[in-house]
Design a protein around this ligand. Structure first.
Ligand SMILES: Nc1ncnc2c1ncn2[C@@H]1O[C@H](COP(=O)(O)OP(=O)(O)OP(=O)(O)O)[C@@H](O)[C@H]1O
Length: 259
């Protein structure tokens, strides 16, 4: 479903955020992306949906080239939805209107500018709100909701896009433990019931190991861990989260932890 080949991203100023990453994610997998702050998780996710242009390498999603022609990119943007740590909702719009924003890529320019949605779109939005348990908040302004509720709106917006892949950039980093679990439960049910492929960057290792089927770890932009979640050991995590200063051997260590 997602194929990443020799992907590197160097930002202006010479920061190497992603270094020669090769990764294949299969349909229906639930992959947690782990690593220290600055390890390159967000950059990698953004390269997958075309928000960041890689310096070298290639990404395809469902055989569509992320850096291909603009028509291909438009199609890809429909198939790949993303949710963010800070939710990225339009604060002054209602919850329902925010969810309907997930349909914009299916409308013509006129309809999307005027925010005119079909009955079918509205039905999809109601259904998505029911799935995340927020139908009763449909007509409230988005900024009147708690963080956990706003993230659930973000998920509903992603669902109405009817994507094949859902990328989530630290979706629970700003939430309390109870809200985090609720969001993770919803993501797990979407993965299980809809067969959506999930790639989720996280800082909470326990949650990642509990919910994901596979763990990919980045360190200084390099992929240094790729294992089924149930086989990830304490030593793997210590290695992954070792501060760069702690490990003079890092550069010379040839072997990475793979299944
Ligand atoms: N737009 C940018 N311009 C320049 N450097 C950037 C840019 N975005 C990220 N970086 C740098 O690239 C590196 C990787 O950042 P990235 O945000 O991808 O890491 P991350 O693992 O997602 O971190 P966090 O967990 O803190 O979100 C960091 O050194 C960061 O400072």
């Amino acid at each position: 479903m997602i194929r990443i080949t020799n992907l590197s991203k160097e930002y202006r100023g010479g920061v190497k955020a992603v270094v020669d990453v090769n990764l294949e994610v299969h349909k229906g997998e639930f992959v947690a992306l782990l690593g220290l702050s600055g390890a390159g998780k967000s950059t990698l996710l953004r390269c997958i949906n075309g928000l960041v242009q890689p310096t070298t390498g290639e990404v395809t999603v469902a055989n569509l080239n992320v850096n291909g022609r603009s028509r291909e990119l438009r199609e890809l943007r429909r198939r790949v939805a993303m949710i963010f740590q800070q939710f990225n909702l339009v604060k002054r719009l209602t919850v329902l209107d925010n969810v309907l924003c997930g349909r914009l890529s299916y409308c013509g320019i006129f309809f999307s500018c005027c925010r005119i949605f079909s009955d079918a779109d509205r039905e999809l939005a109601w259904h998505a709100l029911a799935r995340v348990g927020l139908q009763d908040k449909a007509f409230q302004r988005a900024d009147q909701l708690s963080g956990g509720q706003q993230q659930r709106v973000g998920i509903a917006r992603a669902l109405v896009q009817q994507p094949e892949v859902l990328l989530a950039d630290e979706p629970v980093a700003s939430l309390d433990p109870k809200s985090s679990r609720r969001v993770m439960d919803i993501l797990a049910s979407i993965n299980r019931e809809d067969g959506l492929t999930l790639l989720v960057s996280m800082h909470d290792v326990d949650l990642a190991l509990e919910y994901a089927s596979r763990v990919v770890g980045l360190r200084d932009g390099r992929m240094v861990l790729d294992k089924p979640a149930h086989t990830v050991s304490k030593a793997d995590l210590e290695w992954l989260y070792q501060q760069p200063d702690d490990s003079a051997e890092f550069d010379t260590m040839a072997e990475v932890a793979y299944a």
